[in-house]
Write a protein that binds this ligand. Structure first.
Ligand code: F6P
Length: 354
């Protein structure tokens, strides 16, 4: 039977042809990332059968317990990307320091940062998880990049994408020319272009936030969420639904396809004081994708993509989704800061010390 649809390989080669004087380095890099994600997809899919679920009994740099699949996925990414000659270095959620390209391989003009398996608390319960990646240019003249070379604002990303391991495996990608979505055809092992030129619906009906943290929120977040919950009895005069999967990739994918807003704000807890999600390999790639799809991404006090990172594993508040909603949250922050002052707020809401 003849299959219809553009394969990912064809898609990226045709994209490359549009740009004069390209070397194909970027195309090969993307293709290597996609191959790694297919392998991760297979591991996630067969996890229980091949005994790779559960905790690895180790902690990552953030002090979070690593799952066996976190470590395996990280290894898969490193091994798939280190040999190709397109990279000068990599950084990952699972590694404290920059990963240099081994001396036996040639180096290239790009850097990659990734979260190999985001939402991995969900691996044991068969709930969707994903890989997030961001491609940056290696600064001119640098062949052994250090942390400082990765600290580029999100506006400088060459490409950002995620792969969602759900009932189907989806790849969503932007190179700054809109957003395209692909679905893995398991029979032929190829991603097929199924969602070209994705645009986030403008009217939001759903919101995603971990409600269990509400006692730590700043007043601006509390005000915004209270209004959504009040539904057609409140100032918004319409009802909103809520979803929380605890898997950012699944959450952002839903919002991209169906509209809405996702919030992981900073709050009064000691370890969430600057936010929970990581700027370089979670917030930036997702913000690039959502902006390219017509949405917005903010810390509540400014555009995420404009933030100049101060460290590899920096955390940041994330408010992302339909533009009007994100702008409203920003407005509530402005109004709150004008009366309370930003610095005063988190300290008023410290975690109880019971
Ligand atoms: O590391 C990130 C992550 O797993 C995200 O995918 C998700 O949005 C978030 O953590 C869930 O956090 P919490 O368990 O605090 O709700």
């Amino acid at each position: 039977m003849m299959r219809k649809g553009t394969t990912f390989t064809r898609f990226i080669i045709e994209e490359q042809r549009r740009i004069p004087n390209t070397t194909g380095e970027f195309t090969l890099l993307l293709s290597a990332i996609v191959t790694a994600c297919k392998e991760i997809s297979d591991g996630v899919n067969r996890g229980q059968l091949i005994n790779v679920l559960g905790s690895a009994d180790t902690e990552n740099v953030q002090g979070e317990t690593q799952k066996k699949l976190d470590i395996i996925s990280n290894e898969i990414m490193l091994k798939a990307l280190e040999w190709g000659g397109h990279l000068s270095g990599m950084a990952s959620e699972e590694m404290e320091d920059v990963y240099p390209i081994p001396a036996r391989f040639p180096k290239g003009k790009y850097l990659v940062v990734f979260d190999p398996l985001d939402g991995s608390s969900n691996t044991e319960i068969n709930v969707s998880i994903g890989t997030i990646f961001s491609i940056l240019r290696c600064p001119e003249g640098i062949t052994n990049p250090t942390e400082a070379d990765f600290l580029q604002p999100g506006t400088q990303q060459v490409c950002a994408g995620y792969v969602l391991y759900g009932p189907a495996t989806n790849l969503v990608l932007t190179t700054g020319q809109g957003v395209n979505g692909f679905t893995l055809d398991q029979d032929i092992g190829e991603f097929i272009l199924t969602n070209p030129k994705l645009k986030i619906p403008t009217a939001a009906k759903e919101f995603a936030i971990n409600m269990s943290n509400q006692r730590y929120w700043e007043p601006a977040i509390k005000r915004y969420i209270d209004e959504l919950i009040a539904g057609d009895d409140g100032p918004r005069e319409k009802n909103f639904n809520t979803r929380w999967i605890a898997s950012m990739v699944a959450e952002v994918h839903r919002i991209l396809m169906r509209g809405g807003i996702f919030l992981y704000p900073k709050d009064g807890r000691e370890n969430v004081h600057k936010g929970r999600l990581r700027l370089l390999y979670e917030a930036n790639p997702m913000s690039f994708i959502i902006e390219q799809a017509g949405g917005a991404a903010s810390t509540g006090r400014g555009r995420i993509l404009s933030v100049v990172p101060d460290s590899l594993h920096q955390r940041i508040p994330v408010i992302i989704g339909a533009k009007e909603e994100v702008e409203r949250v920003e407005q509530y922050h402005r109004e709150m800061d004008a009366t309370l002052g930003e610095q005063a707020v988190p300290h008023r809401q410290m975690e109880p010390t019971t």
